[in-house]
Design a protein. Structure first.
Length: 484
């Protein structure tokens, strides 16, 4: 069976409710047949999502899909072929593996990681082919669909993580909101992530698989009094990625749109209605489709530091600080490891948030308010505040209401940062830098006024490796705002 797309064959709308899609001729199974093979070629300029309808009859116990595509050599600087895959059943989303797997299966009692177990109901299913990049000569592909018939086993009842751990009351809690397991393109199991989180000194984590919520029910028995597990998704569009952090378990967040489609704001509202936060991820990443193009008007926070500190993070930090200094609206900054597999470290970096307790609601409230700082590991701890006359005091993410010319003392206490320097950054730039003691533990104070600094934030940096450029961050804080 052929499933090619001609250059004149593009069409809008249709399958599974997405714009800019193309629907191939459908696959049906003759009596006595259980396997169908579809071959075709996607040309350069193909739609983001190509739908292959599959007619599933009654009595099907399992559906299995395998796919392959050609990856010819291309000249340097030219994009080669990359093709993602997923599936929707007759009612909605059933799974996504992107380019991480060459085959998957679904049945009532089990499914490939990244896919949702459940009944294989009769109706029109849609296999989604998503050409990420297409070589100049096109992308030839083969899709094989196999149906197995017979009685189905009962579907498991999903068990989701609770929204509360024991906690320490109002305290600083360490977490990692950006992690991947075998349920998308990661190499760790959820059990291995939970163990790594505990070893990294984390109090909470957020499950954030690419374009699937299949891992929400994969954490049974892995939480505890010492570890709060939030669930969400890394929504991976072609115009950037964002983290849906701490959504209601079982929430699906759609990714099938670009910035010009006008759908992002609606999806962001859906995330918030599901109790979660919208957090653009690695906004200056240079991978194809990773750069953030949706703006920050719908963001609850932004991931400024992603994994080990790199020039991309420096760009994200500078862009975030420029928006802060320019008065274009404050979006709190967080960090996340984006760890996929060993040796990538869970909790490098980690966001440390002041929350009323170790609960989903309290952690998300602290992140939303910007009562947080980001540290490269649990070895680094900060205390940062500003005080004014008559004992007024404000901490990270808060405002110190003082007259414009009243003296303000900013104080930073650091532990666990040997060989580093501390500096204070305002809307006028970095104004005060002091080397920390060799032990990495010390206190730095600076005096200013609200008329001179609309806000102050702190950075702890390692020595510069390139003259004239700042050293890598060991930690940084969200700002304290000054003035009425």
């Amino acid at each position: 069976m052929s499933g090619s797309i001609g250059r004149r064959g593009f069409m809008a709308g249709a399958a599974a409710g997405t714009a800019g899609a193309f629907t191939l001729p459908g696959v049906s199974f003759a009596a006595g047949r259980s396997t169908a093979v579809v071959r075709g070629t996607l040309p350069p300029g193909s739609p983001d999502h190509v739908y292959l309808p599959v007619e599933v009859g009654r009595g099907v116990r399992e559906i299995r899909v395998a796919y392959a595509y050609e990856r010819p050599a291309v000249p340097p600087g030219t994009r080669g072929n990359a093709l993602d895959i997923g599936v929707f059943d007759e009612r909605g989303f059933r799974g996504w593996s992107g380019g991480a797997r060459s085959e998957f299966f679904l049945r009532a009692d089990d499914a490939t990681p990244g896919y949702l177990p459940g009944p294989v109901r009769a109706g029109t299913w849609h296999i989604v082919l998503a050409p990420y990049t297409v070589a100049p000569g096109g992308l030839p592909y083969t899709v094989t669909v196999t149906l197995a018939y017979g009685p189905s086993a009962p579907s498991p009842v999903p068990v989701y993580p609770p929204g509360r751990a024991r906690g320490r009351g109002r305290a600083w809690y360490r977490g990692d909101c950006h992690l991947h397991s075998v349920h998308s393109d990661g190499g760790r199991t959820p059990a291995e992530i939970a163990a790594a989180a505990r070893a990294a000194g984390l109090d909470f984590i957020n499950s954030s698989e690419h374009n699937t919520h299949a891992a929400h029910a994969a954490w049974d028995g892995l939480w505890g009094d010492d570890l709060l597990i939030l669930v969400g998704e890394e929504v991976t569009t072609r115009n950037g990625h964002f983290l849906a952090v701490g959504t209601d378990p079982g929430t699906f967040v759609d990714w099938r749109y670009r910035a010009g489609d006008g759908r992002f704001a609606r999806q962001a509202r859906e995330v918030r209605r599901a109790g979660g936060l919208v957090v653009p991820a690695h906004p200056h990443a240079t991978c194809v489709g990773c750069g953030w193009r949706f703006g920050y008007g719908e963001a609850d926070a932004v991931e400024v530091w992603n994994g080990p500190y790199t020039p991309e993070d420096e760009m994200a930090l500078a862009d975030w600080d420029s928006a802060l200094a320019g008065g274009r609206g404050w979006v709190p900054a967080i960090g996340g490891s984006d760890a996929h597999r060993v040796p990538q470290a869970v909790g490098e970096p980690q966001t440390v948030v002041l929350a009323d307790d170790l609960t989903r609601e309290a952690i998300l409230a602290g992140l939303r308010a910007g009562r947080s700082y980001v540290a490269e590991s649990s070895a680094v701890s900060l205390t940062f505040s500003a005080t004014g006359g008559r004992g007024a005091r404000a901490g990270i993410g808060e405002r110190l209401p003082v007259p414009a010319d009243a003296p303000v003392t900013v104080r930073l206490e650091v532990t666990g940062a040997p060989g580093c320097a501390a500096r204070f950054v305002t809307d006028r730039g970095a104004l005060h830098t002091v080397a920390l003691p060799a032990s990495g533990t010390g206190t730095v104070e600076w005096r200013t006024t609200a008329s001179y600094a609309a806000y102050v934030r702190a950075e702890v940096r390692r020595p510069a490796t390139v003259p004239g450029l700042p050293g890598a961050l060991a930690a940084f804080t969200n700002p304290v705002f000054l003035g009425t």
